[in-house]
Ligand binder design. Structure first.
Ligand code: PGA
Length: 252
């Protein structure tokens, strides 16, 4: 079995519309006919429709950075899965560590968001990962197991075919401290075992697990040598078209 690599560019809260269009255009020029890897851009909400239109007809896909779990209602500032779909999103990030730590998304909220994405036919990228103090306290496996279990254990495996996981050690996000390929592989292998425990070996074998946390053009190839690293979720380096392309080409 060969898992198709999947590389996401999480633009977070950066760029204005002009800059976002320029970046999407650059990415499209460099990667718009990529074969052998999936490329997904996660622009800020206000730019989604414009960016989706900009990459239409290319191999590049677009996703939201977050969603609300309700279908509609008085939730000022929030967006639904259906809204994301209606502006051209195929994917959505769920449980990014910044949503967990800055905005207070609990495991329960993350689980509801995951279900809302699936209900709307959006492909979720579920982010999990340990804090620095959890790693120092040898709790990494425990933490990712808990996050995984609480998000997907009760969902029938037949609904999870499009799930992508992103292992993002929180201490590596935006810090310049990348996990070494071996450190990342150790956790990826553990996550895959956990997927097998929860939903069976064939699900575990088929599900792609991205690594995220200070991925750069210079370290992507090393990470990609690991057997259980199936892609990257890239923050800072995805804001530079050339470097993002270098990361994708490290594997595509
Ligand atoms: P970073 O962010 O590449 O800037 O560390 C990764 C992420 O948060 O997805």
């Amino acid at each position: 079995m060969a898992r198709v690599p999947v590389i996401g560019g999480n633009w977070k809260m950066h760029l204005d519309l002009t800059e976002a269009v320029a970046l999407a255009t650059d990415v499209r020029n460099r990667l718009g006919s990529t074969r052998g890897a999936e490329v997904i851009l996660f622009p800020p909400f206000p730019f989604l429709k414009t960016i989706a239109d900009r990459v239409e007809g290319s191999s590049i896909q677009v996703g939201g950075q977050d969603l609300h779990f309700e279908k509609s209602g008085a939730f000022t500032g929030a967006v639904t899965a259906t809204m994301l779909k209606s502006v051209g999103c195929s994917h959505v990030l769920v449980g990014h560590s910044e949503r967990r730590s800055v905005f207070g998304d609990t495991d329960a909220v993350v689980g509801r968001k995951l279900l809302a994405a699936l209900d709307a036919g959006l492909k979720p990228v579920l982010c999990i990962g340990e804090l620095l103090e959890e790693r120092k306290g040898n709790q990494t496996f425990q933490v990712v197991a808990r996050q995984l279990q609480s998000a997907i254990a009760s969902i029938p495996v037949g609904r999870l075919a499009d799930l992508v996981l992103a292992y993002e050690p929180v201490w590596a996000i935006g810090t310049g401290l990348t996990a070494s390929p071996e450190q990342a592989q150790e956790v990826h292998a553990y996550i895959r075992q956990k997927l097998a425990d929860l939903h069976g070996a064939s699900f575990a074998t088929a599900t792609r697990i991205q690594y995220g946390g200070s991925v750069k053009g210079s370290n992507a190839a090393g990470l990609f040598t690991q057997p259980d690293i199936d892609g990257m979720l890239v923050g800072g380096a995805s804001l530079k078209g050339e470097e993002f392309a270098q990361i994708v080409k490290a594997r595509a």
